[in-house]
Structure formats: C-alpha cells, structure tokens
Design a protein around this ligand. Structure first.
Ligand code: SF4
Length: 363
C-alpha cells in the first residue's frame, strides 16, 4: 500500500530515532503537537519540549499589575482578550473590569486608537504584548500618528535571546524555530545559536511541517552538523520582512526584559525610543508605575502575597523542566475556565493545550 508523506516521515523519524530533546518556542507549535498527538506517534526517545512561546504566559506580573493600577486610577485599558484573563498579583484585568474599571477588549491597536480619538477626554492605554510578529503593527500605528490621549504599555519580547538562554539552562539538543516570528526576522538571527552546536529548523504549523522539522533536526544531529535550516520556505526567507523590521526599529529599541517564570533576559524586549516617549505609558504615568513591585526572580511566581500561585509550576513549564501533568493543580484546581497560572489561559499556553487535548495524562 502506498504511504502518504506523513507516514513516510513518521517511519523515517522511527528509523533514525536516538535520544533527542527538541524544543519548540511557539504556542502554535504546541497546539499542533498536542492537537494531533504528535508526541504519541513518534518514538518516546525523541522528546518534543515546549518552551516559552506563549506571549501572554511570559508577560511579567508587574505589567499586569501596572495595567490594573492604571485602570484603578481612571485610565481606559485596552487589551487582547487572552491577556485579560491572566492573573496578576491581585487578579486579572477581567477581575478589575468586574470591579467596574474601564477595561476593554480590542482586536488590534487600531481599535484602541479609535477609542482614544472618539473620546479625547479619556486617557487610553493599549497593552502591547507579543513577539516580533505583533510589534511591527504597533510601530506602524505610531508612525502613522496617534492622538495625544493615547499611550502604549509595551511588553514585547524577542525570541532569539530567550533561545540563547535556554541553550545554557536546559539540556536541549536542537530547536524547531517559530514560523510566525521567522517571517519577520528571517533565519539570520538564529545563526549565533546554531554556531554553538544547536541545530535549528524553522518550522511551519501543519502536522507535515512539524514532522519535517523533526527529521531535519535528526539529520543534523546524525551528521554532526548544526546550522539553521528552513522547513517553512513558503512563508520564511533568509532576510525576513525588511519593511516590517525597519518600522519596528524606527520606533522601538532593544532592552533587557523580564520574562514571567524565567526572569531578566538581556536585550530580549522592546522599549519605545526617546522620540516616542510621549506615548510610552511607563513614562506618561510614571507616578503609578513607580509604585508597582517588580518581579525579579523566577521563584516570585510561587510567592504571590495572596497565594494566587501557590503550587503553580509555570516557571518549570515555560523552561521545559516539567510537563503540565506534573503540576498538582493541573486539571484539578487549574483549568481553562479557572486558570491559576498563565500557562492555562491562552490557546497558546502549554497547560491549556495539554488540558484540552491530553488531559487524561497523569491525572
Ligand atoms: S496547570 Fe495551572 S497551576 Fe499548574 S503550572 Fe499550569 S498554569 Fe500553573
């Protein structure tokens, strides 16, 4: 009987199977892997690890607390939907909205700008989160011009510095690099990581893409190579999207950034440049920002004053030191309906996907 391409790739992965730890750093990869049970159809020794690829999961508590403090002081907070459900120190943005504060869900920065234009007497803050994929649209909006009563709480993250850190902190053998992010940054930024001995394959989001990415990492390991390869050429090229990056760096500069559950990573975030500081919520509302306690250590995630995170092991989940089923709260006290930690909130969260597609594992 004729085998299809997926079956041939699975056979090939089996034939070449050696103990291997391949990390992806993209919530959409986790979704494909969990939804189609890819871990169950490849040999056990080929482990697929889930890294910090979910934007709302890595947004630090201090930024959520700042957004809530802004709302409590009368500002209008605008945010993507899944960010609104992530717990901060005293609850989520949704909880604050239930308390009567003006917090609105938007689908893009343009929705937030429209609110500011329509209501010039209000101070509107857009909670800007996400990786290299979402930051360019925020940069484009600022370059087009925004009203004076509008500002951005910038919480963007850059993926290559986090991958670099993970090569030091975890015993990962290679990476499936994120297809979405790579459409913007291209394949070059991964070169320094592969040059240190870590095979990297830029991978798309279909089952076939993921299986192909795995075989390409296996090939590199087997032949003693480590380079950056592109298994997603229909969307990603070497240079990436030059126009998007040009806009990005017209508006933003790289800065050290705090990743929830991981801690500070050098040059892994984006801050607004001086020319745009009048739209920087941290600058505009410095009096409120300065009162926010800043999360400094990964262990802080367990030490919330009101016990919100007691028992949550998101810090270990985000760095692939543990799997969701090892969390004592998984599927019990913590579920998508009642998330205790950030990894259970978003469609891109590892705990969310394990709960939705593999929830019987370990509980
Ligand atoms: S299951 Fe919930 S409490 Fe446990 S690590 Fe995941 S998000 Fe945190």
């Amino acid at each position: 009987m004729m085998e299809n391409i997926e079956q041939r790739l699975i056979l090939r992965i089996n034939e070449h199977a050696t103990p291997l730890r391949i990390m992806h750093v993209c919530g959409t990869h986790e979704r494909t892997i969990s939804k189609y049970a890819i871990r169950d159809i490849i040999p056990e020794e080929v482990q697929l690890l889930s890294g910090p690829g979910c934007p709302v999961c890595v947004t630090p508590v201090e930024d959520i607390d700042f957004a809530i403090s802004l709302a409590r002081s009368g500002k209008v907070i605008t945010s993507f939907g899944d960010m609104m459900r992530v717990p901060g120190t005293t609850g989520s943005l949704f909880d604050a909205r239930a308390d009567g504060y003006d917090i609105r869900m938007v689908y893009s920065i343009d929705d937030a700008i429209k609110i500011a234009k329509d209501k010039p007497t209000l101070e509107v803050v857009f909670f800007g989160i996400g990786f290299e994929t979402t930051a360019p649209s925020n940069a484009a909006a600022l370059l087009r011009g925004v009203p004076e009563n509008f500002s951005i709480l910038t919480s963007h993250k850059l993926m290559p510095p986090a991958m670099e850190l993970l090569t030091k902190d975890t015993n990962v053998d290679g990476f499936l690099a994120p297809g979405h992010v790579s459409t913007i940054i291209g394949t070059h930024p991964y070169d320094p990581i592969s040059e240190k001995g870590f095979p990297i394959v830029v991978t798309g989001f279909e089952v076939l893409d993921v299986l192909l990415g795995i075989t390409m990492v296996q090939d590199q390991i087997e032949s003693g190579r480590s380079c950056v390869e592109n298994a997603y050429p229909r969307c990603v090229n070497v240079e990436g999207n030059l126009k998007a990056r040009e806009m990005l760096y017209q508006v933003f500069k790289e800065n050290d950034s705090n990743w929830r559950g991981i801690g500070m990573i050098e040059n892994s975030g984006l801050a607004l440049k001086k020319e745009f500081e009048q739209f920087d919520a941290v600058n505009v509302h410095a009096d409120i920002y300065d009162k926010i306690p800043h999360e400094k250590r990964p262990s802080d995630i367990h030490n919330d004053e009101n016990g919100l995170y007691e028992g949550c092991i998101c810090a270990e989940i985000l760095t692939a030191r543990a799997e969701p089923s090892q969390c004592p709260l998984f599927g019990r006290r913590c579920s998508p309906e009642n998330p205790v930690g950030p990894c259970m909130v978003s469609l891109e969260g590892t705990c969310y996907n394990w709960y939705k597609y593999t929830r019987n594992k370990g509980i």
